[in-house]
Design a protein around this ligand. Structure first.
Ligand code: DGL
Length: 309
């Protein structure tokens, strides 16, 4: 076998580019598969759409099994397996696990089992936090499953072992995000902005204070929103933590990783390719999913289907 046959892609440009692992521009218009336990991952999908406007996306929200947070990691890994298998049947070229709990439970498993690149949301968030902290004291709020897995602590301390990580499970934030969202109207931006504090009812504030006061006392200067629902509560969380604490959401960082992976693998969609966005949910309430999705994405979710895996 000569070297051309051994190499599935042709390196382009100089040899240095090949050595750095950048593949030649072989186009692939297949979709990127993105999934979450429900709505939250749409905030990640939105950033991918912005960063990669030619890429098609197949999104699955496992609303039937949401929340993943209180379930065992074994059970969540089973969901990851079923969803990735289904996405592979739909011929995706890459998979983004847009859920922290599912990343904690099943990223390594999925990367080992499936023959396409699979990325999660924990490592990108950890990287952004390690970059942002000045006093090397980082807080992480996430679901019980994510906190107990220790993935954020490991990922942050793999980057800088001198960082002290304080993690706390804030399960009621998932509930508050969903409830607040149903109460609020208009585009998601106004819901998440500081001006949207109208929806924050006193009991939400009290719950947030109970969860976050211990972290404030730990003097963290950076807080990872380690659940895809939490960016929706930015004004509530930021209000309690104070202006000096940087809030980290991994969505934009994940989109940058997608660009990097597709470019390095040489599997970007062609310039000018008209992307196709398909949405699937395991919930029977398509209207609920559509209402939320349209507020996040700002376009009609015409192609939304119910599917049970
Ligand atoms: N989307 C999940 C995450 O990022 C949170 C909601 C759930 O518990 O399913 O961890």
């Amino acid at each position: 076998m000569n070297s051309d046959q051994e190499q599935p892609y042709r390196f382009f440009g100089t040899q240095e580019e090949g050595i750095n692992g950048v593949r030649s521009a072989v186009f692939d218009n297949a979709p990127i598969g993105v999934f979450d336990s429900g709505f939250g991952g749409l905030t990640v999908a939105r950033e991918i759409m912005k960063a990669l406007p030619n890429e098609s996306i197949t999104y699955f929200g496992d609303t039937l099994h949401c929340p993943y947070g209180p379930r065992s990691l074994e059970e969540v890994q089973g969901f990851v397996d079923a969803i990735c298998t289904w996405l592979m049947d739909r011929k995706v070229k890459m998979i983004v696990i847009a859920c922290n709990t599912a990343t904690a439970a099943g990223l390594a498993f999925a990367q080992t089992k499936f023959p396409v690149p699979v990325i999660g949301v924990v490592e990108p968030g950890a990287r952004a936090a390690a970059r942002a902290t000045r006093n090397r004291r980082v807080g992480v709020i996430a679901t019980k499953g994510t906190v107990e897995s220790g993935v954020y602590t490991d990922a942050i301390r793999n980057i800088d072992a001198g960082i002290t990580v304080f993690s706390t499970a804030t399960p009621r934030f998932v509930e508050i995000a969903e409830m607040g969202l149903r109460m609020a109207k208009g585009p998601i931006e106004s819901y998440t902005s500081l001006a949207s504090q109208v929806y924050i009812r006193p009991e939400f504030q009290e719950i947030a204070q109970d969860y976050l006061d211990p972290l404030r006392r730990c003097d963290v200067d950076t807080l990872v929103l380690g659940c895809t629902h939490f960016p929706l509560l930015k004004s509530l969380i930021g209000g309690v933590m104070g202006r000096d604490v940087v809030l980290i959401s991994s969505a934009a960082e994940v989109a940058r990783d997608c660009v990097d992976v597709l470019t390095r693998q040489g599997i970007c969609a062609e310039q000018g390719h008209e992307p196709i966005y398909e949405f699937f949910t395991s919930s029977e309430d398509l209207d609920d999913f559509r209402r939320f999705g349209e507020r996040v994405l700002r376009f009609p979710l015409d192609d939304l289907q119910h599917i049970v895996l």
